[in-house]
Design a protein around this ligand. Structure first.
Ligand SMILES: NC(=O)c1ccc[n+]([C@@H]2O[C@H](COP(=O)([O-])OP(=O)(O)OC[C@H]3O[C@@H](n4cnc5c(N)ncnc54)[C@H](O)[C@@H]3O)[C@@H](O)[C@H]2O)c1
Length: 350
């Protein structure tokens, strides 16, 4: 069924198609009858089986083409654009994760900077109707003013990951200005849900619980910890993206056809409340009380104190803001996890 936000006559390129967000976006586009070319290098940053599991659900669609390769490979991208008439690009391929960028800076420069530059270059020579790319809430760095608005000053990234995302926004602006490529950068705020990313806290804590290991909470042991995070359920992210896709920014007299938009839940929760909500979701999924064994450690470099999205501009632009509550979203994640990893306690004799 077509939702009026997708166009079955168009071909979409989704990079990072086997990733968490790329998979759900592609599935939505294919379910609505669109043609999608997807590329992913299937790297092993986290359990690659999960990437194959996602991909396996896309392969049966006739209108789906998968290319295993890297956006760092410019020749491959040029060939891809010569072989397929791409109308709309959604660049989600990137090395994600704030902490990983402390010890592994090279891969961030290669994937997020060189890879994105290659995407811009192919769009320059093969004009597209809209280039949509993933930025991140991390660009707000240590911003103290809340909620975070797109017009806020974001020149103080506190991790290399954040710096690459801010750089993407600048590069996209320049290409839009020089070559009239309509482009939208989406600042996602901690996305979670089924088939999510095992490196993210909600998933990682759940893994540790089932391995009988304590979870590590990086808050200097401060029980009154007032740091908070804005979580966004995957379905809300996908709805936001598809609405943005059909809505490219227009070039105005002085400005390039470029914009950035937050997509965030805009109801932040304190870290310990989030941990309790996850315990409750798992308790319900397992029909028994779940309480994590917790170890408190020091706050780590690159961590930000708070994230809190203003959804105002997104709502004004596409008439939508995220709706799913954390309780509801975590329950869907917990139920999925218990099913996917077969963790339901077996009854005696079954
Ligand atoms: N999930 C979040 O909370 C979140 C928050 C802010 C921003 N983002 C951004 O959204 C995008 C998608 O995130 P995700 O959560 O789906 O991450 P993900 O890691 O699940 O997906 C990224 C995919 O890109 C692929 N990839 C990485 N480098 C590549 C390359 N050079 N060439 C081709 N493929 C490559 C990976 O194999 C992976 O499958 C990323 O750009 C990420 O930085 C995500």
């Amino acid at each position: 069924m077509n939702s009026n936000y997708t166009d079955t006559a168009k071909t979409y390129l989704v990079t990072g198609v086997a990733g968490f967000i790329g998979f759900f976006l592609t599935k939505r586009l294919l379910d609505e009858g669109c043609r999608v070319v997807g590329i992913d290098n299937m790297n092993e940053y986290y359990d690659v089986n999960l990437k194959y599991a996602r991909l396996n659900m896309l392969m049966p669609y006739e209108r789906f083409t998968f290319i295993k390769g890297s956006i760092e490979d410019k020749k491959l991208l040029v060939r891809l654009f010569e072989n397929h008439r791409i109308n709309i690009v959604i660049n989600l391929a990137a090395q994600a994760g704030v902490r990983h960028s402390i010890d592994n800076p090279d891969v961030y420069i290669q994937s997020n900077i060189i890879g994105f530059y290659n995407i811009l270059e192919v769009c320059r020579y093969h004009p597209v109707e809209h280039l949509v790319y993933a930025s991140s809430s991390s660009v707000y760095g240590a911003n103290k003013k809340v909620p975070f608005e797109e017009k806020d000053f974001v020149d103080n990234p506190v991790s290399l990951y954040a710096a690459t995302k801010k750089t993407n926004e600048l590069m996209a602006y320049t290409y839009s200005h020089l070559y009239s490529i309509p482009s939208s950068g989406l600042r996602f705020f901690t996305v979670y849900g089924p088939y999510g990313r095992p490196d993210m806290s909600y998933y990682h804590f759940t893994d540790r619980y089932f391995r009988n290991e304590p979870i590590r909470i990086f808050n200097n042991g401060d029980i009154e910890d007032d740091r908070y995070r804005d979580f966004t359920y995957i379905d809300d992210i996908i709805e936001g993206i598809v609405r943005v896709l059909v809505n490219p920014p227009a070039k105005t007299n002085n400005n390039a056809a470029h914009r950035v938009l937050n997509i965030g839940g805009s109801s932040p929760v304190k870290l310990m409340d989030f941990v309790r909500a996850l315990e409750m979701a798992l308790s319900k999924a397992l029909c028994k009380e779940v309480v994590f064994d917790k170890i408190f450690e020091s706050i780590r470099p690159g961590d930000v104190r708070a994230t809190y999205a203003s959804a105002k501009l997104l709502e004004e632009t596409v008439g939508y803001k995220p709706l799913t509550s954390l309780k509801e979203g975590l329950q869907r994640f917990a139920d999925w996890y218990v099913w996917y990893y077969d963790k339901k306690p077996k009854r005696a004799g079954t």
